[in-house]
Design a protein around this ligand. Structure first.
Ligand SMILES: [Ca+2]
Length: 457
């Protein structure tokens, strides 16, 4: 046992005294004991395959003799730990893990509601509360409690302060959810741009159009991943050549999930970055990462500055399958994985930001905005104003001007309009795309209109 863990009982003693004193009045002292050292727990077979952490040790603030702490992690829903309120149960994972949340099966959880909180610690001494709540009162099997943001920690403490039926904390089973696969850390931007550099180019004929059931399978796996079922998602994705990576972006500290096709790609359907704890309802799309130079950089600027929910990038050159190909063009193909993920990631409240590039020409401003129809949403005119205020020229497609940049055939725009959402098709000249300061100013113009107020950097 590490010295730090031995210090814990002393620190907890006043709280325990208070709890025990209160209980003397009502329950007597039978079954109460001082907080023990961790009870070692044998390796759990159930933790091998799925997203569940091995538990190396367990202890509690107190426990009934017949319902010791170890029975909360014995894999048996018919046994339990019970301790007088207020009570806590601590799990030692044996090593630091990337923790998504906890699942708790409350004893008689379908009859009563328990008030609880979840805290984590790297050293077993200093704990930080990660979430608090009340159980549903509708199930005696596992109820899932995600942490708002995954955290790295070795110790997990479940504290219980209320019970609608009895002054006891009673837990049939508790488990800690962790990734089944690896966690990567680094610079998300650099990772995505390096990935872009490996995409197949024009006339490579690398893009594979379907089959639909494989597209369906990836879409379904992404749904599972977004629900936190990473192990199930990976079981589907791995045979299809896709990796599902938990990615911690070190420059921002933000946690992402990345769906990334292996290199060299087999289908070349692209890459998806999803924020683990959605912050702003914006989805950034880059359908032409090789053809429209610097649009991946532009989209990544927007992802970071807006703290957007997702970043979706095509996996091949627009004309990978031949000049003028509509199949390999994600802004034309209406049944691609790109389109299907777009549909899953967006709702009527989502701002869809799609980054494009065009060659500067007479009679055109530096930025042309469109929602793909002759009836642009009001925000587009306000974004144009904000761009002008930052020294750029900008115009909005109205059905007749800049007709080749109106994006009226764009399937992401069609879908977004059909569900009542807002689509921002943004064409920029090269001078803006190539200049980090101008890209930043253009993203700020969008951010100021869509998400006025404080923006996190
Ligand atoms: Ca049990």
């Amino acid at each position: 046992m590490r010295p730090t863990t031995r210090r814990r009982p002393a620190r907890r003693f006043p709280a325990l005294l208070l709890a025990a004193t209160g209980l003397l009045l009502t329950l007597g002292t039978a079954g109460l004991a001082a907080p023990p050292a961790f009870t070692p727990v044998a390796a759990q077979v159930s933790a091998v395959a799925e997203d569940v952490a091995q538990i190396a040790g367990v202890r509690a603030s107190a426990a009934e003799d017949i319902n010791p702490a170890a029975q909360a992690v014995d894999g048996d829903l018919s046994t339990r730990w019970s301790g007088p309120l207020p009570a806590w149960l601590e799990l030692d994972l044996g090593t630091r893990r990337h923790i998504h949340g906890v699942d708790v099966a409350w004893f008689r959880g379908d009859e009563r509601a328990l008030t609880f909180s979840v805290a984590t610690s790297v050293d077993g001494v200093s704990f930080s509360e990660r979430r608090a709540g009340t159980s549903s009162g509708t199930t005696a099997t596992f109820e899932r409690y995600d942490l708002p943001t995954p955290v790295d920690a070795r110790y997990v403490r479940l504290s219980v302060t209320g019970n609608t039926q009895a002054p006891w904390a009673s837990v049939s089973e508790v488990r800690v959810r962790v990734p089944a696969g690896p966690v990567e850390q680094g610079d998300l931007r650099a990772m995505v741009l390096a990935y872009r550099d490996g995409l197949p180019g024009e006339n490579s004929h690398a893009f594979v159009d379907g089959p639909a059931q494989q597209v369906d399978a990836v879409v379904g796996a992404v749904r599972q991943a977004r629900a936190g079922r990473l192990g199930e998602a990976r079981a589907t994705l791995t045979p299809l050549g896709y990796q599902l990576i938990e990615y911690l972006d070190q420059p921002t500290g933000r946690p992402y999930l990345v769906l990334r096709e292996q290199v060299p790609c087999q289908r070349c359907w692209g890459l998806l970055v999803m924020r683990r704890d959605a912050y702003r309802d914006a989805v950034v799309e880059v359908p032409h990462p090789l053809h429209d130079l610097r649009t991946p950089e532009f989209g990544l600027d927007a992802l970071r500055r807006l703290d957007a929910t997702a970043f979706l990038m095509a996996g091949a050159h627009r004309y990978a399958n031949g000049d003028g190909s509509l199949v390999s063009d994600m802004a034309r193909n209406d049944h691609s994985l790109f389109q299907r993920l777009h549909q899953d990631l967006t709702t009527a409240s989502t701002h869809v930001l799609q980054y494009h590039g065009f060659a500067a020409r007479t009679g055109y401003p530096q930025v042309v905005l469109s929602n793909g129809s002759a009836a642009p949403q009001p925000e587009l005119a306000r974004v144009a104003d904000a761009l002008r205020a930052r020294g750029m020229t900008a115009g909005v497609f109205d059905g007749s001007n800049y007709p080749d940049l109106g994006a009226t055939q764009n399937p992401q725009g069609r879908h977004t309009r059909a569900i009542g959402g807002r689509f921002y098709h943004m064409e920029h000249v090269r001078a803006i795309r190539d200049d980090p300061a101008l890209r930043g100013a253009a993203v700020d113009a969008v951010a100021g209109v869509l998400f006025p107020g404080s923006l996190r950097e």
